[in-house]
Design a protein around this ligand. Sequence first.
Ligand SMILES: NC(=O)c1ccc[n+]([C@@H]2O[C@H](COP(=O)([O-])OP(=O)(O)OC[C@H]3O[C@@H](n4cnc5c(N)ncnc54)[C@H](OP(=O)(O)O)[C@@H]3O)[C@@H](O)[C@H]2O)c1
Length: 320
Amino acid sequence: MVGMTMEWPEIFIVATSALGFITLSKALIYFARWVWVMFLRPPKNLKTYGSWAIITGSTDGIGKAISLELASKGLHIVLVGRNPKKLEATSKEIREKHGGHVQVKLVVIDFEKVVNGEEIVKKIEEETEGLEVGVLVNNVGMASPYPRYFHEEDLEFMEAIIKVNLEAITWVTKAVIEGMFRKKKGAIINTGSGSCSMIPSYPLCTLYAATKAYLWMFSKCIGVEYKSQGIDIQCQVPMFVATKMVKLKTSLFIPTAKDYSKGCIRWFGYKESICVPYLFHSIQCLLIRMVPDSLVDWYLMRQHLYLRKRGLAKYSKLKA
Ligand SMILES: NC(=O)c1ccc[n+]([C@@H]2O[C@H](COP(=O)([O-])OP(=O)(O)OC[C@H]3O[C@@H](n4cnc5c(N)ncnc54)[C@H](OP(=O)(O)O)[C@@H]3O)[C@@H](O)[C@H]2O)c1
């Protein structure tokens, strides 16, 4: 061994092999963890956070499906929605499916119409007073009926989407988090979107993606803030789900709201601050990451221009 020295070519080979080994090990660890969380990790017993869950935007699509899933786990449900008839119908469905042991409370708020945040905070606080709220799902959201240029957005729609996608989560969280902080336990789940995080841009749907980017950062920061206080905060990122918001048919990558919610509640309460909870969405994100950003931008712009054209034709016909 004495006097053994390495020549430059050998050093290069050893260094690149070490680098390759580290990269491969990282990928394998990442894959093993993905398999664990996707298929094997048991869901949390959400009742340990408290016996009630609040779900906003709970009268249709993902929110309704999550409400039914949470009720099936024995949680009492506070349904927050804007339409009293749809709230009543969802409540009836929950009670019929999950029997007498689940209580349901209805809170009518139209997040588009509220004058200020204080109104939301007061309403939620009053309606949930005395309830042991352990889980909050900030799911409410809206999107433009079809893609369009930013200058084409009407002012009314702009006001509405900011109130529903950005302000609602802020004020509802404010109303609920203090109670969780006092009890040192709680889980908050915010429904984000792949449009602001899993793809490089979402042209012609700028406001939608930008409001979801707020939710993404809000979740990350507040998650770190309350990590040591027993409150688990998570932003869940769906890609397309077949609901009335997107009006798409189901496919491998586009689940029903029911199938999506079954996957997503398995992640509730876990420490990941951001997650893509649906199996095929997760695979889709991986595939998108392999494509150069400029190609994804080009494809989405082309696709959204086509949808804009169709949307303009449809809505001008409706107006006529
Ligand atoms: N579907 C997707 O592909 C997809 C993809 C990524 C992210 N997301 C996100 O997932 C969440 C749920 O979307 P979804 O697809 O389930 O949509 P959805 O089927 O249109 O349901 C939206 C829910 O929000 C309620 N809502 C809308 N505006 C409201 C307002 N002003 N005040 C109170 N409630 C209001 C709706 O009430 P009504 O029943 O009265 O309409 C409904 O209960 C949203 O945050 C959305 O951005 C969806």
